[in-house]
Design a protein around this ligand. Structure first.
Ligand SMILES: [Fe+2]
Length: 213
């Protein structure tokens, strides 16, 4: 096992989480979702002598990118986002790279896998490193992201949640917002307590409330 550390940092007025994915062997790190309070997040890295070498975005809603330009100006490291949402970032004048589905991004010696998980937005990426899954606004502890926004798709969210029900129980979920009774949980426990995951496991008709006669 690689020496991965996921540092969860509560930021801003909307119960967001930013994350640092850290390779404790090399002290290289990636900064996920600079939504708010980027100075606070970067100060954590500085204090621990972690060197942020990449910025990863789960998606481009404002509460996940509001301080992207601020963080970029300080860090001058490449920004990664799914190609479906790259236009929103290109306008900012930062160095941005389009992430392909299942692409592996290196953070130090860690391999971070980019899982395309649409539904909340078209280009939502969940970042998987070993058994740690940063879920953005796909999955919250006991909740899931909204699907009534521009670009949302309830159908795609169903497929994404169903896919999550088929992933290993020992995965630890790191959500984009602190909306649940605790800040993280195992996917195995979420399969039991998260009503959206439980409904997705029952199939499409059940998920959309079509019970038949
Ligand atoms: Fe969002």
């Amino acid at each position: 096992m690689q020496p991965v550390l996921i540092k969860q940092i509560a930021v801003g007025p909307m119960a967001n989480f930013s994350y640092l994915i850290v390779d404790t062997g090399t002290k290289k790190a990636a900064y996920v979702d600079p939504g708010f309070e980027s100075e606070k997040v970067m100060a954590v890295a500085t204090k621990e002598a972690w060197q942020i070498e990449k910025i990863l975005l789960t998606h481009t809603h404002f509460d996940h990118i509001q301080e992207l330009e601020t963080a970029y100006q300080k860090l001058k490291v490449p920004v990664y986002v799914h190609g479906f949402e790259i236009s929103a970032i290109e306008e900012m004048g930062v160095s941005v790279k389009a992430v392909a589905t299942d692409e592996i991004i290196k953070v130090g010696n860690l391999s971070v896998k980019c899982l395309h998980m649409p539904g909340h937005t078209p280009g939502m990426i969940c970042y998987l490193v070993e058994n740690h899954l940063i879920t953005g606004d796909v999955l919250f502890v006991d909740g899931c992201g909204r699907v009534d926004l521009p670009g949302s798709s309830p159908e795609k969210m169903f497929e994404t949640l169903k896919r999550l029900t088929q992933m290993p129980d020992d995965i630890i979920v790191y959500p984009g917002h602190d909306y649940g009774p605790k800040p993280t949980d195992t996917l195995g426990h979420q399969k039991k307590t998260n009503p959206y995951l439980a409904a997705a496991a029952q199939g499409k008709d059940y998920f959309f409330g079509v019970r038949g006669v």
